[in-house]
Design a protein around this ligand. Structure first.
Ligand SMILES: [Zn+2]
Length: 291
């Protein structure tokens, strides 16, 4: 059976600001309440006509190391942690007013977004949240990295992530699991920060990216551990990859009922799973009632 729930929005607006990791530009984000059925929609208030960009898979474009949404000529970038914060808190309807393309990076986690949304408070709406209940296994990827979703009797979305960096012993092999709407997202998953290896950090810096970002702004690993930083969790990297999965699969636009298992998957594969699911389960077979 499916654990039903009502749709949510936020009770009042909330603001948060910072700078983009890639652009280095200051950006301010305002979350505003939205009615049932509205979904998550970005508004580029800095562009003529204030174009809107819905957080749906059809607007996702593949880019290196980040999730970008483009609708007509307007884009928003690095949206994955913001989307994970909304999805993890089960806020289904929200307008996200922004004044730049790139979202703030903060410490590489979703925590500052969650804190802002907590200040706003959650408001329940008089409409059921639609669910996509998987009835068979769907898997994308190959033996090196994959993500799958299978039926569950739990009635919710379970996620298990397995990460493996055999050449970087300080990261190594880690796992983490969660159940959306049941486990503590705000304290268990949202604070997990993004991470890269020192080699990757140097390569990015040589391309002129991330000049405003320092070692203390995100986790940079050398062979010994995180440089100039302390881990929030011993398996923080696996928790962060799980956070990315939550943000990426939220582009499906409804609740998923199933067990997601991911092995070394990243944004591209996570999005591919969503596309396959929407092909296999068109709108007509999704439900807003108990199945
Ligand atoms: Zn991430």
């Amino acid at each position: 059976m499916v654990v039903e729930r009502q749709q949510n929005t936020i009770a009042r607006p909330a603001k948060v600001s910072g700078f983009g990791y890639w652009s280095g530009l200051d950006v301010s984000v305002e979350f505003r309440p939205a009615p049932a059925g509205h979904g998550i929609v970005f508004v580029r208030r800095d562009l003529p006509g204030m174009p809107t960009i819905p957080a749906k898979i059809e607007y996702r474009v593949d880019g290196p190391r980040r999730t970008t949404l483009t609708c007509r000529s307007a884009s928003v970038e690095m949206v994955e942690h913001l989307l994970a914060a909304l999805a993890g808190m089960q806020i289904d309807n929200c307008q996200v007013w922004v004044d730049r393309a790139e979202m703030p990076g903060f410490d590489g986690s979703a925590r500052p977004f969650v804190d802002a949304l907590n200040t706003a408070g959650v408001q329940t709406l008089p409409a059921r949240r639609q669910s996509l209940v998987v009835s068979g296994t769907v898997k994308v990827g190959d033996e090196n990295s994959w993500i799958s979703i299978s039926p569950t009797t739990r009635g919710k979305c379970e996620i298990h992530y397995e990460l493996d960096y055999p050449n970087d012993p300080a990261i190594g092999h880690q796992t983490h699991s969660t159940v959306l709407g049941e486990h503590d997202f705000a304290n268990g998953v949202a604070p997990a920060r993004t991470f890269i290896t020192q080699q990757e950090a140097e390569a990015l810096r040589q391309q002129g990216l991330g000049r405003r970002v320092s070692y203390s702004d995100l986790l940079v690993f050398d062979q010994q551990g995180a440089i100039q930083n302390k881990l929030h969790f011993e398996n923080e990297c696996a928790r962060h990859k799980l956070l990315d999965v939550i943000g990426d699969v939220s582009l499906v636009g409804c609740d998923l009922v199933g067990r997601i298992e991911a092995y070394r998957s990243g944004h591209r594969l996570n999005a591919e799973l969503v596309r396959q699911l929407l092909n296999l389960y068109p709108q007509s077979v999704r439900t807003s009632k108990a199945a």
